[in-house]
Design a protein around this ligand. Structure first.
Ligand code: UT7
Length: 323
């Protein structure tokens, strides 16, 4: 018997305020046509004033626990992937822990920007497979609207706020590719590329700063690195793109999503796409896409999923997961 980290529940939360592309046209030299054609984004959600990342995360966590039929008391661990924690410290994860009324176990944030949920899943898997944890709540939650420079048309039209969560649970499998749960992980970072995508504030500046991105360069790395990490993770299982039921990619740009699927030989009707409705929600984008695709009736128990993402650092990676 092989110990596996299996998905028991999924949920998400999106703030009420929906901002269509047309709203940016009032204040910026941009157009709905430019945003749609270059990124695939049509609208995004923005958090209300005073609504924090831990608020969004708590709502998604409650939805995932409900879906799993579990209480906060049933969890050992919370891992919250975010780059927009409410405060420098304590972690947003401990705020979620308190909001859920969870007094046992431990909670921590994990910061790998847009690849954060992939890194969080990899860590949750390691905790579960090693026997250190039985049930881990893995959340991706962001309020990127708080780090937008509203005068920078090259970035502020691309991002949105939201949260998604999975409950992972230790279950035993047969040790082969038919097992449910996380089957393979491939992670990378390369700090030489830190200037391509960063926030120009933090403890060293005494400000929270704004997101800065060399979009074209990040695009180039994304198209090159995402298919490679996906194929590497699948190859460890003797699998390839043709074996995948669904690619659930980081939702940054429809052109990147299409190019990656094409490189892997996966048709677009096997790719979950939510970028048109959410924009880029960084670490929240994959769990949001998982939750929405389950609601849409796309992913079903037993399906083989390939999750992949790239973000600031650069950080990138993929997870192969049987739902
Ligand atoms: O989540 C982390 C990973 N992030 C990503 O994956 C993002 C990767 N990058 C991208 O998605 C794309 O590079 C962008 C959507 C950011 C930009 O698309 P692009 O096709 O690479 O456009 P570009 O940056 O080459 O800009 C083309 C033109 C430029 O004008 P010139 O220099 O050709 O005159 C920009 O100034 O479009 C201009 N532009 C805009 N025009 C209207 C840039 N932003 C806008 C805008 N509205 N909002």
């Amino acid at each position: 018997m092989t110990r596996r980290a299996v998905v028991r529940g999924v949920g998400h939360y999106l703030p009420d305020r929906i901002v269509p592309n047309s709203e940016f046209v009032e204040s910026l030299d941009t157009s709905d046509e430019w945003i749609r054609s270059r990124s695939g984004i049509e609208r995004r959600h923005f958090a209300a004033e005073g609504q924090t990342t831990s608020d969004l995360a708590t709502r998604a966590a409650r939805a995932a626990l409900k879906d799993a039929g579990l209480q906060a008391d049933d969890l050992d661990t919370i891992i919250l992937a975010t780059s927009t924690a409410d405060l420098t410290f304590p972690s947003a994860a401990t705020m979620v822990q308190a909001a859920l009324g969870m007094q046992q176990g431990y909670a921590f944030d994990l910061q790998a920007v847009c690849a954060g949920f992939i890194f969080a899943l990899a860590n949750a898997n390691a905790l579960i497979v090693s026997g250190q944890a039985q049930r881990v709540l893995v959340i991706g939650a962001e309020t990127f609207s708080r780090i937008m420079d509203w005068e920078d048309r090259t970035t502020c039209v691309l991002f949105g706020d939201g949260a998604g969560a999975l409950v992972l649970e230790a279950q035993s499998g047969d040790g082969n590719n038919t097992d449910r749960g996380i089957l393979a992980v491939d992670l990378h970072s390369d700090g030489r590329f830190k200037d391509l995508l960063f926030v120009d504030g933090g403890v060293s500046t005494g400000t929270s700063g704004y997101l800065r991105m060399q979009g074209k360069e990040v695009f180039r790395h994304a198209v090159e690195k995402l298919a490679t990490t996906a194929e590497t993770a699948l190859a460890t299982l003797g699998l390839s793109g043709k074996d995948v039921d669904w690619i659930v990619p980081h939702q940054a740009n429809l052109r990147i999503i299409r190019a990656t699927a094409q490189k892997m030989g996966v048709p677009m009707d096997h790719v979950v796409v939510t970028v048109q409705d959410h924009g880029n929600t960084s670490a929240a984008s994959i769990p949001l896409a998982l939750s929405i695709s389950k609601e849409r009736g796309q992913i079903k128990q037993g399906d083989l999923l390939l999750l992949e993402a790239i973000g600031g650092g650069l950080t990138w990676g993929s997870v192969v997961l049987r739902w």
